[in-house]
Design a protein around this ligand. Structure first.
Ligand code: ADP
Length: 311
């Protein structure tokens, strides 16, 4: 009887365990199936994302190529307009009355503005299409910095803005792309003049900084992410354009370096411009292994735009 009872309970126990195992296997199979479905779904979404990315890249390339071609085509007739306007204004074909001269000067001014806009678009699209190359040669730094001030001297004199420079301990020459360096300087200085009210001050400063000094300074700024992106380079040339102009709110610090972005995005903006200058400056600086950022205590408190390039 004991053996019989033992066999009976053992059978019951075994049946129960087998049942449990069967149930667990079924639920595992179910979970497995669910997981397989999830993986398939993820793979499908991933493939879709890759497809969308590739489509976006193709579209972006097409846009850049379109802009590059269009800008190129627009420059040729515009060059004619500017050239002939200058000839007529130079009174090469007879005298002009006061109104004619005034209107032709307006044509020239707007034409030049359009020309620089088209150049910016052309350069930006070239950078995006990876077609803008760096052409390095030894650049006489002090000379270029001083000449860049000459370019904005007239504009600032007219508005009684005081221009000064502070150039200390920089190397005599540095191997870089001279035209692109000049363009960045010119964009920053032109902005400083544009956004500084009459009677203000602009300072162009240049000096050498070490990577450690840069890291310490950037770490406590809104541009702290730049610290990780800095190349492993011990010494850097730092150029800053500081003004006493309209300043910038912190939430605009990064935005203004994007294409067509301006701090004041309203339709009734007070300042001329398309929001391309800083986007282009950023790309040109980065093409040379550098970084650019802005510092400001807030609106109405002036700005300091700085960029660095490896020495
Ligand atoms: P644009 O000057 O043609 O609008 P930019 O790309 O050069 O384009 O500048 C983008 C925006 O950044 C400007 O519209 C302005 O809002 C802001 N900005 C640039 N420079 C200064 C400055 N020195 N002071 C205050 N704001 C500035």
């Amino acid at each position: 009887a004991v053996v019989f009872l033992f066999a009976y309970f053992f059978q019951k126990f075994r049946a129960k365990k087998e049942n449990q195992v069967r149930e667990q296997t079924t639920s595992l199979e179910k979970a497995n199936k669910g997981l397989r479905q999830e993986i398939t779904e993820r793979e499908r979404v991933e493939a879709q994302l890759l497809q969308a990315k590739s489509a976006a890249e193709t579209a972006n390339r097409a846009k850049s190529e379109f802009l590059a071609t269009m800008s190129h085509e627009l420059r040729t007739p515009l060059n004619h307009i500017l050239g002939f306007t200058e000839l007529v204004l130079g009174k090469n074909f007879g005298p002009l009355n006061e109104t004619q001269e005034e209107y032709l000067n307006d044509v020239l001014h707007s034409g030049n503005h359009l020309f620089s806009l088209i150049n910016d678009i052309l350069n930006l699209s070239k950078v995006e299409a990876g077609k803008l190359e760096i052409d390095c040669s030894p650049v006489r730094l002090k000379e270029i910095l001083e000449n860049s001030l000459i370019m904005v001297r007239e504009g600032s004199r007219r508005r009684q803005i005081q221009l000064s420079s502070e150039i200390k301990g920089i190397p005599e020459t540095l191997s870089m792309d001279e035209r692109k360096f000049k363009q960045v300087l010119c964009n920053l200085l032109a902005n400083a003049v544009k956004f500084t009210p009459e009677g203000g001050k602009i300072l162009l400063a240049a000096h050498l900084v070490t990577k450690e000094e840069l890291k310490a300074r950037l770490r406590i700024s809104p541009f702290s992410s730049l610290v990780e992106e800095l190349k492993d380079q011990p010494n850097w040339l730092q150029i800053c354009v500081q003004d006493t102009g309209i300043g910038l709110a912190r939430h605009n610090f990064e935005r203004i370096f994007k294409v067509f972005e301006q701090a004041d995005g309203s339709l009734t903006r007070r300042y001329e411009g398309a929001g391309l200058g800083l986007a282009l400056a950023k790309r040109l600086v980065e093409l040379q292994g550098g970084k650019i950022w802005v510092e400001s205590e807030g609106e109405g408190k002036g700005c300091r735009f700085c960029f660095i390039v490896p020495v």
